[in-house]
Design a protein around this ligand. Structure first.
Ligand code: GYE
Length: 334
């Protein structure tokens, strides 16, 4: 009995020593990567948790991340959270368990990340926020945020409306198709647009609902708006092109002409929006650039090689009114 106990104690000791040696080995590998990029033995492993596959923008964004990782020789663990924040928490935890080198994610909603980000910090894994921002008091929980200025996008949409339609003295009723509730692009695009149209008392948002950035839901909401407001609607402001395209279908089925009887402004500037503008069904789209893969991989490499990162990396963007569609359509990559 005594002998058996002794043997057990030795086994426990050996396995503890072994696992702590294994741990320091992993740490060592990460440190080697950090200090001398040229001696990279092991590929950098990046865990990325994506929002979902809700829009053309998202498809282009996912492709850009995958292509850039391939190009840079970074091993990418890519997970799709299917628009559920709780899935993203699970994704991040699984990346921590797998001891990836860097975690990046596009947060579905703005708040609720502190606990899981603290877990990543405790595990010594740096986090990059991409595309959608987060709301936190503790900025040490992430290294950098790479993404667009959503409030500015909303302002651009508002300015276009003021210039094009707001000049006449007639009342302009706007219906708003919002993106995912609680997400950074929804909040920014809503606030930026409101800030600008506030300057003109004739422009009023009469209805607003969330369509989750999806074409099918954009169509559903527009059907509802048309049912209650009928031809009292002069303008649709959609937080993305996919919902605008859904709204276009609803307007046509209702018997009105999108782009003419009802003006439509949206955000993203994906290829399909240019086709709709060329057909005269969409009036303006504000650019939101999804090709963020190269910027993400550069940030990952900078981090691993110990270079400091700015806290915010903003993507440059433009605006495309219908008059530019014909010329610009050929240049669109997504
Ligand atoms: O505008 C929309 C997508 O987070 C900026 O998410 C992104 C938004 C984009 O579903 O189409």
């Amino acid at each position: 009995m005594r002998r058996a106990l002794k043997l057990l104690a030795v086994l426990v000791l050996v396995s503890t020593l072994f696992s702590s040696a294994a741990c320091s080995k992993v740490k060592e590998m990460k440190e080697t990567q950090g200090s001398s990029p040229k001696n990279l033995q092991k590929k950098i492993v990046l865990g990325f948790s994506q929002v979902g596959a809700e829009s053309d923008w998202r498809t282009a964004n996912s492709e850009s991340i995958k292509a850039a990782a391939r190009e840079e020789g970074i091993e990418l663990l890519f997970l799709n959270a299917q628009q559920k924040p709780e899935n993203q928490v699970k994704d991040i935890r699984s990346f921590i368990v797998q001891q990836v080198d860097v975690i990046a994610f596009s947060p579905i909603v703005e708040s609720g990340w502190d606990t899981v980000l603290k877990e990543a910090k405790l595990a010594g894994i740096p986090v990059i926020i991409m595309d959608r921002g987060i709301d936190t008091k503790d900025e040490s929980l992430y290294e950098t945020y790479i993404g667009s200025d959503f409030t500015e996008e909303g302002r651009k949409a508002g300015k276009w409306l003021l210039e094009k339609i707001g000049k006449s003295n007639e009342k302009v009723n706007v219906v708003e198709l919002q993106g995912t509730f609680g997400s950074a692009p929804t909040n920014g695009r809503r606030d930026g647009f409101q800030e600008i149209i506030r300057g003109n008392p004739n422009i009023r948002i009469i209805r607003s609902l969330t369509g989750d950035f999806m074409r099918s839901k954009g169509k559903e909401i527009m059907e509802k708006f048309l049912k209650v407001e009928g031809d009292q609607i002069q303008v649709v402001y959609a937080h993305n092109d996919d919902m605008a395209l859904g709204a276009i279908e609803a307007i046509e089925e209702y018997g009105l002409r999108p782009g003419k009887d009802i003006k439509i402004i949206s955000i993203d500037a994906v290829k399909a929006a240019f086709e709709a503008m060329k057909a005269g069904k969409l009036n303006c789209t504000v650019e939101c650039n999804p090709l963020q893969g190269p910027a993400l991989m550069k940030a990952v490499k900078d981090l691993m090689e110990g270079r400091p990162l700015p806290k915010r990396i903003v993507i440059d963007e433009g605006i495309f009114p219908e008059e530019t569609a014909e010329k610009e359509a050929v240049n669109r990559k997504y």
